[in-house]
Design a protein around this ligand. Structure first.
Ligand SMILES: Nc1ncnc2c1ncn2[C@@H]1O[C@H](COP(=O)(O)OP(=O)(O)OP(=O)(O)O)[C@@H](O)[C@H]1O
Ligand SMILES: [Mg+2]
Length: 299
């Protein structure tokens, strides 16, 4: 697959291509570059290459979104950052990941958490047989008592329902409540960067909107967010920057507002343009099936 095949041509939207970006090494360290910096990332699962040449930045305090169809490599990207690839027989085979100015690629998952990066896995995995309170405690195992208490207070303020259900088994919560618990558990570690993998998938529009609002609040409290979403409308509304992955490569990147305005993104990811799809976007699930068809990005 050619590296250029997936990028917009001259007639496409004016979106920064990875090649034209100023090399990060040439820039002085600023709060911008103290965030998450991914350069030239390649990931393989054995013989299968899942990501190639991915460059991505989440400035400190920002929300960045990653869009893409099923199998594009979104989850793989988050696993590479959180150091959990090895649990899936995957490995970083090229490129670098730095956070807060220090390399984290190759660091064990627990070390990445200590550095302040915490992932909420896809499929809102909670410990179903444990209570809500026990799930939250599990998220703070490596956190000193006083900080854990403060984190718990913050989580219960964000999600009052988790206080009401503290002694209920997590498996009995609704899908939306389980997603809140999964996010709450991640927040217990006091992350400075939260990695969210499709937090609204399968949720009713109202619950998805609540989760979106929560992401906004978490970010307003100072936590950066790298958000993987199939709900492109929601993700582009939340994020400052957005990236589109296609079959393991970056097809587009740029300010979220620019991507949201581009015809290709509107047509392919926001379902706008065709007479029967020009409607308010709901959960994004209705576009999902359509986007699973293999297709190249052409301007
Ligand atoms: N543990 C694994 N072993 C082998 N291949 C894998 C593994 N996990 C993912 N892959 C492959 O890597 C590619 C990217 O998968 P990934 O799960 O990152 O995609 P995704 O964008 O998160 O998709 P989805 O929207 O369905 O969650 C796919 O081709 C997938 O089959
Ligand atoms: Mg995924």
């Amino acid at each position: 697959m050619s590296g250029d095949a997936g990028r917009p041509g001259a007639g496409g939207p004016e979106i920064e291509s990875p090649e034209t970006a100023v090399p990060e090494a040439a820039k002085p360290a600023t709060p911008e570059t103290e965030g998450l910096e991914i350069r030239g990332l390649e990931v393989r699962y054995g013989p299968v290459r899942a990501l190639r040449g991915v460059d991505l930045t989440v400035p400190r305090g920002a929300v960045a979104a990653v869009l893409g169809a099923n199998g594009a490599g979104k989850t793989t990207l988050l696993r590479a950052v959180s150091g959990t690839l090895r649990f899936h027989r995957g490995a970083i085979t090229a490129g670098t990941i730095t956070f807060g100015g220090a390399r984290v690629d190759g660091a064990p998952a627990a070390e990445v958490v200590r550095r302040g990066v915490v992932q909420v896995p896809e499929g809102r995995r909670v410990f179903a047989r444990m209570t809500v309170a026990e799930n939250l405690r599990a998220g703070a195992l490596a956190v000193p008592g006083r900080r854990a208490a403060a984190a718990r207070e913050r989580v219960l303020e964000l999600f009052p329902v988790l206080a009401e259900r503290a002694h209920q088994r997590a498996g009995l919560l609704s899908g939306g409540e389980q997603q809140m618990l999964a996010i709450g558990r991640a927040l217990m570690a006091g992350p400075s960067l939260l990695l969210l993998d499709e937090p609204t998938l399968g949720l009713a529009p109202m619950m998805a909107a609540r989760i979106a609002d929560t992401v906004r609040r978490i970010n307003a409290q100072g936590t950066s967010v790298l958000l993987v979403e199939q709900n492109a409308a929601m993700a582009l509304a939340l994020a400052e920057r957005a990236y589109v992955l296609e079959v393991g490569e970056l097809a587009l990147s740029g300010p979220a507002a620019e991507l949201a305005a581009s015809d290709e993104v509107r047509r392919r990811y926001l379902g706008v343009g065709a007479p029967d799809t020009d409607r308010p976007v709901g959960t994004g699930l209705e576009e999902r099936a359509e986007r699973t068809r293999p297709a190249r990005w052409t301007a």
